[in-house]
Design a protein around this ligand. Structure first.
Ligand code: HEM
Length: 237
């Protein structure tokens, strides 16, 4: 290891772990907030109103964007460095790596899937909500209709009632699940939990965290799709 905490590969891994940890906290909050949509549109819109074009929400969005850029940029730099260091032998498979092998090998590709999904997602929601509000507009087009940019429930319901959007989002959550199963494990490993005893526990914790987060998002998508197509009642309860 050479260089400072900012330039050494251990330093970069540390920043990957810390930024990953912040993103997992955001995802946990975002998933819980979206679960509200299953119970009440007005509760969901109240949360969206709180997180709308207010200065603290805009500042949090800017900070989040920085963290995503840091996480993604470092991932690319670390991958290039690892490939250079390993030459043609990209992966040395050991028994210890069994089970996390596929996602660990494909973290950058999975990261690209997550980022492409995120771009579609931000175009669907962030652009129609926070951005529209910041631009001072009071309505936003949803197909032939228009709604207020603060009506998050109507905007999410509009997209998730269409099968292709629901399908794209589910594929995105599967990519995110694979990324998180290895990501959470790798984060704990880099932060020092790397004893033999913790190895199995960390794998188990990673799978639980990834499943809860992605399962929560998928549940919202599926319930809204079924409601949007008259298969489930709306409201559900
Ligand atoms: C059921 C699934 C999801 C729903 C219904 C949903 C809904 C929303 C909505 C309505 C917004 C706009 C909020 C606003 O601008 O006021 C938003 C923003 C955002 N979403 Fe999601 N989301 C989902 C899944 C995800 C996932 C899986 C990720 C990340 C991998 C994600 C990342 C983001 C980010 C980064 C923003 C911008 C946050 C900000 O403005 O600070 N979302 N989402």
């Amino acid at each position: 290891m050479s260089g400072s905490i900012f330039t050494s590969s251990i330093g970069k891994k540390m920043f990957m772990s810390i930024s990953g940890c912040i993103l997992i906290l955001f995802l946990t909050f975002h998933m819980c907030m979206n679960l509200a949509l299953i119970f009440s549109d007005s509760a969901y819109n109240a949360i969206c109103g709180f997180l709308g074009a207010n200065w603290y929400a805009v500042a949090a969005t800017a900070a989040l964007a920085l963290v995503v850029l840091l996480h993604f940029g470092l991932a690319i730099v670390l991958t290039i460095q690892n490939r250079k260091a390993r030459g043609t032998i990209r992966y040395r498979v050991t028994e210890r790596e069994n089970g996390v092998e596929w996602s660990s090998k494909n973290m950058l590709v999975l990261g690209f899937v997550v980022v492409i999904g995120l771009i579609v997602h931000l175009a669907n929601f962030w652009l129609k909500m926070m951005y529209t509000e910041l631009m001072g507009a009071h309505e936003v087009a949803l197909g032939a209709a228009t709604v207020a940019p603060t009506d998050g429930a109507a905007i999410v319901r509009f997209y998730f009632s269409q099968w292709y959007y629901a399908a794209i989002y589910i594929v995105w959550f599967v990519g995110l699940w694979f990324h998180l199963t290895h990501g959470v494990w790798s984060m704990m490993h880099s932060l020092g939990l790397n004893s033999k005893v913790w190895f199995k526990r960390m794998k188990c914790i990673s799978t639980i965290v990834a499943t809860l987060i992605c399962g929560g998002f998928a549940l919202v998508t599926i319930v809204l799709f079924l409601q949007g197509n008259g298969i489930l009642p709306n409201p559900l309860f």
